[in-house]
Design a protein around this ligand. Sequence first.
Ligand SMILES: CC(C)(COP(=O)(O)OP(=O)(O)OC[C@H]1O[C@@H](n2cnc3c(N)ncnc32)[C@H](O)[C@@H]1OP(=O)(O)O)[C@@H](O)C(=O)NCCC(=O)NCCS
Length: 220
Amino acid sequence: MLTDTDVNVSWGVALDGPDLYAAAQLLDDNEQRRAAAIRNDHTQRRFVSAHAMLRILVGQQIGWDPKDLRFGNAGRYGKPELVYPPIRVHFNIATAGDRVVCAVTESGAVGVDVESHDVIEEADAAGGLEDVLLTAAERDVLTEFPHRAGALARWWVRKEAILKATGEGLTIDPPTLEMSAPDETPELLSWEGRAVPSLWISDLDVGAAYEAAVVVLTPR
Ligand SMILES: CC(C)(COP(=O)(O)OP(=O)(O)OC[C@H]1O[C@@H](n2cnc3c(N)ncnc32)[C@H](O)[C@@H]1OP(=O)(O)O)[C@@H](O)C(=O)NCCC(=O)NCCS
């Protein structure tokens, strides 16, 4: 059975100053171009930090120089994969607020997600997030939680981490997945129209006012 020791997860905050400069030196031309196209300074720093962290963690995992890694996009929905060296390793990154999270494993396709309570609260206030996120049964459970944004954020990261592990992302409607309650051990209970895949899921502690989760698809 997979344990959290089989998945290397790191998180941090968007870098600044000399650390940011050092991180930027690790990126390749494509990543540098993508970074340069980001107008917002904070979002740009977060992007550079996340991609440098990814290169360092993948490099550590496979014993390769982080600068020499080449990435591409796989599958119909463009999930990033390692193109060079031709070594099988799974990884995923997520960013929100000032947080960057990265997961690397050799055990199976991995997905990670992070969200801030503030952003979820804002999105909820703007349009009632429960309808785009929860099943009818989950909406009933939500009424039991005094901290609505925290509960929604935990549901959100658990579901999105699953959808990032499969590579489908938000092309799949989150309410097609039914999960355990946010204060319970994370578990995918059912998935409308398909069998529940064999997966390992864990919540991550990335600091106050954030929720994060990691998922690895495991062979049956
Ligand atoms: C994957 C997805 C849910 C991420 O959304 P998000 O909440 O804005 O961003 P997150 O911070 O959680 O994750 C972003 C990272 O996920 C990774 N990612 C991109 N596509 C992915 C996919 N299909 N599956 C898993 N991870 C993916 C990337 O590393 C990305 O970081 P980068 O843009 O800096 O390279 C969203 O982009 C999505 O639904 N994509 C799939 C469908 C789609 O739009 N495809 C377009 C290309 S065909």
